[in-house]
Each structure stands twice: as structure tokens, then as C-alpha cells.
Design a protein around this ligand. Structure first.
Ligand code: ZN
Ligand code: ZN
Length: 419
């Protein structure tokens, strides 16, 4: 008998929409340029989408598509059988190569869709060590992603193991079919012209960022059940959303789907307390019921109803891991939120609610961000860390005010919607 990880589950997935998703990833997500190389990561479960993406990439004139595949069974094998010393290891040689590829203007596409609770049964201490080793090794490549050196994009594929988490009551193939449709709808490929749909969506997001950038708020104040939080914004911060231009000059949509507008908070000017409103799935561990308190930008108290040990280890990764690197606004009425689904995947769940991220900031979220040095970004309040983890703090009960230089208040969100 084949396990969930081994059987081919592509049958219930609409082929036309899958091909549209591949085309959207290449033409909207990456805007891959003729002659440009592509580095592609995916799970073996996502082979049908990876192959469709390779077709679209070469049709668009790709130089070379290099796929690197992962496998859930092999990931679990490590936690079952590996010697203790294995958990401090990571393929640094691979990430150094990836960083070199980015230096040579290679685009990056990640297909996500792993089982969000793959490592739920594994020893949390080993998971934390493996995560830390990986974060350290990944740093040279992550810096170039976070610094937006090259065009990159993330899309999702409905693996059976993920689909069963989202639709636990369904037969495997029914769950895959349902998750596929949810991914296609959220990714705006459930219509005949996804490219036009993305053009319209990008301009709607641009109207929001232009309004926020005109306001130049000093801070945002959040209030709601369990939450009274003031997030100072970085000096010279810039709100972004939808399509953005990488340092290599290519305008792309890094996340498909995306509903957020986001900017860089001030790493040393966050005060108050906040609770998470949705579970966070972090590298195979589900972290739920997060409650943290900030003082001078740093998390000084952290609790979680589930996964607290992993959360605390994550916040301890380095000095910046307990400080904010992103603040993002998403209306409660976003299509992903309206689907009512909990995806247990940040790419989707972060687009269902307002969120914050601890860890590394996005250098591009500054006025003239591409010209700033690492020191200038830090001086303006940009955070630096090996990690970047989004978690959801928005709901229909959250109000947000913008505070200007005189601390005058402008309503930004009321009951989870744009005011
Ligand atoms: Zn975000
Ligand atoms: Zn983020």
C-alpha cells in the first residue's frame, strides 16, 4: 500500500487551472526575462506544477531551469534515524551556490505545499536545532531574497498531506481537489484571464500603499481583545504591496496569492501586548495562542498555548529574532479570509488577516531602499535577523489608528476593515 506521501494525487486537480497557475507564476510572479536562469524548489509531490512551470519558463525564454526537490519521507527519516550530531548540520554548500546564482541574476521560484505538521511528532529540541542550523546556513541566500536583489516568487501546490490537514474529514483525493480549487481561487487563476486579473489587483493594492505613504504615520496603534500595541514605523519607511521592482530592475509579484500591504516597523519602538488570532505553522510545528509583550521593541514575555517551546527557541535565534521586521495590513474581508479556511500555511493565512513578522526586515520597504547600506537601514530602525516569521494578529475585532508626528489619530482599520 502506498502512503499519502507516495501516491500520485494529481487526478482531482483541474489541469487548465494548474497550467494557468504555472503561466501566472512565470509571467506575473517572476516576470522571467528571456535568457534569465531559474532556480526552482519544490516537494516531489508538486512535480505536476514544477513541470508545467518549467514549460512556461522555457517558453518565456529561460536560460536554464534548475529544480531542487525535497521529500517529506526523507525529511522524516532524519528525525527517525539520524545521529544526534545531524541536527546541527545544514547544506551550506548548497546555499552558497544559491547565493552565487542570485549574484548572477538567477530568478527564484518556490513551490510550497508541505504537510504543515510534518514534524509534529519529532523531538522539538531537535527540530529547533535543525531549524537554527538551516537558518545560519541559508543566510547568504536569504539576504539576497530579503534585499530583493532578484525577482522571486512563491506559489502553492496541494499535496495530499497538506490537503488532509485543511480538510481532515474528506477522502484524500476529495481533499486534494478542494484544496486545489481554494489555491486556484486565491491565486486568481479561476478565470479566463488571470494576467488581467492580477493587473487590476496590483493597481488596487497600489491605491492603498499610495494613501499610506502620503500619510507618513509615525506609528500604528492596535486595539482589540488581548491586544493593546503601538508599533513605531521605521524612519523613511515605504508601504508596499502587490507588484514591486527588484534591484535587478524586474517588477514582479513575490507572493501568489497576496492581499497585504506592508512596511518596516521600527525595531526599537514597539510597546505593549498582542495575541495571535490564527495558528502559526512553523517548519512542521503548529504554534497556537501566542501572547507576547514588547518593551522598547523587544519581546520581553512570550507564551503560547501550543508549541511554546519551539516559539521561545525561535525568538532566541539571535538578537533580532525577538524584534519586528514587518507590519502588514489585510482587510478581514479578503477573499482568503472569506473562504473561511485555515490553510496552516503562511502564504495563505497571512493574506487572511493583519499580521506582523519577527526577524529580518525588507530593505525594499524604505524610501530609496535599494540605495541604503545595512548600517543606514539599522539606523532608520530596520531589524536584522536570520529569521523572518509572520504571524496573524488581525480579526474582525481589531481597530487600527495611524499616529502622526503630533500623535493625532487617523482611523486606518475599523473592525478589521479599511476605515
Ligand atoms: Zn507579510
Ligand atoms: Zn513576512
Amino acid at each position: 500500500m502506498l502512503s499519502t506521501h507516495q501516491r500520485d494525487f494529481s487526478a482531482p486537480i483541474d489541469r487548465t487551472k494548474l497550467e494557468r497557475l504555472a503561466e501566472t507564476a512565470i509571467k506575473v510572479g517572476l516576470r522571467l526575462q528571456p535568457g534569465q536562469d531559474l532556480y526552482l524548489t519544490a516537494s516531489v509531490a508538486a512535480l505536476p506544477l514544477a513541470r508545467a512551470i518549467a514549460d512556461e519558463a522555457y517558453k518565456a525564454g529561460a536560460g536554464l531551469v534548475t529544480p531542487i526537490f525535497s521529500d517529506e519521507e526523507i525529511a522524516l527519516s532524519r528525525f527517525r534515524f539520524a545521529a544526534d550530531a545531524s541536527f546541527d548540520r545544514a547544506p551550506g554548500w548548497l546555499y552558497e551556490g544559491v547565493a552565487k546564482a542570485f549574484d548572477a541574476n538567477t530568478a527564484r521560484l518556490a513551490i510550497v505545499g508541505e504537510d504543515p505538521m510534518l514534524l509534529a511528532e519529532a523531538d522539538p529540541a531537535k527540530v529547533a536545532r535543525a531549524n537554527k542550523a538551516n537558518s545560519i546556513a541559508y543566510q547568504p541566500a536569504l539576504e539576497k531574497i530579503a534585499g530583493f536583489d532578484i525577482n522571486w516568487n512563491i506559489v502553492a501546490y496541494p499535496s495530499a498531506s497538506w490537503a488532509k490537514r485543511v480538510f481532515p474529514g474528506e477522502e484524500d483525493d476529495v481533499a486534494v481537489g478542494k484544496l486545489a480549487e481554494a489555491i486556484f481561487a486565491a491565486s486568481r487563476v479561476d478565470n479566463d484571464d488571470p494576467i488581467a486579473a492580477w493587473t487590476a489587483h496590483n493597481s488596487a493594492l497600489r491605491r492603498r500603499t499610495e494613501w499610506l505613504n502620503g500619510k507618513k504615520f509615525r506609528a500604528l496603534h492596535y486595539s482589540g481583545p488581548g491586544t493593546d500595541l503601538t508599533i513605531g514605523l521605521a524612519d523613511g519607511h515605504d508601504w508596499q504591496g502587490g507588484s514591486a521592482t527588484a534591484k535587478n530592475g524586474i517588477a514582479c509579484n513575490p507572493n501568489i496569492p497576496t492581499e497585504e500591504v506592508f512596511t518596516t516597523p521600527h525595531a526599537r519602538r514597539v510597546e505593549g501586548h498582542v495575541v495571535s488570532t490564527k495558528p502559526l505553522s512553523y517548519q512542521g510545528t503548529l504554534i497556537e495562542g501566542i501572547a507576547v509583550r514588547f518593551e522598547a521593541g523587544h519581546i520581553v514575555e512570550a507564551k503560547a498555548k501550543r508549541g511554546e517551546e519551539v516559539l521561545k527557541k525561535v525568538l532566541d535565534t539571535d538578537e533580532g529574532a525577538g524584534r519586528l521586521g514587518e507590519v502588514a495590513l489585510v482587510p478581514h474581508s479578503s477573499p482568503i479570509s472569506k473562504s473561511g479556511l485555515m490553510f496552516f500555511n503562511t502564504l495563505f493565512d497571512e493574506n487572511a488577516a493583519c499580521h506582523i513578522a519577527v526577524g529580518q526586515c525588507y530593505a525594499k520597504c524604505f524610501v530609496d531602499g535599494d540605495k541604503l547600506t545595512t548600517e543606514e537601514i539599522a539606523t532608520r530602525g530596520g531589524n536584522k535577523s536570520m529569521i523572518h516569521i509572520d504571524w496573524m494578529i488581525g480579526s474582525e475585532r481589531i481597530d487600527i489608528d495611524g499616529l502622526d508626528a503630533n500623535s493625532d489619530r487617523t482611523p486606518v482599520f475599523r473592525k478589521g476593515e479599511w476605515a
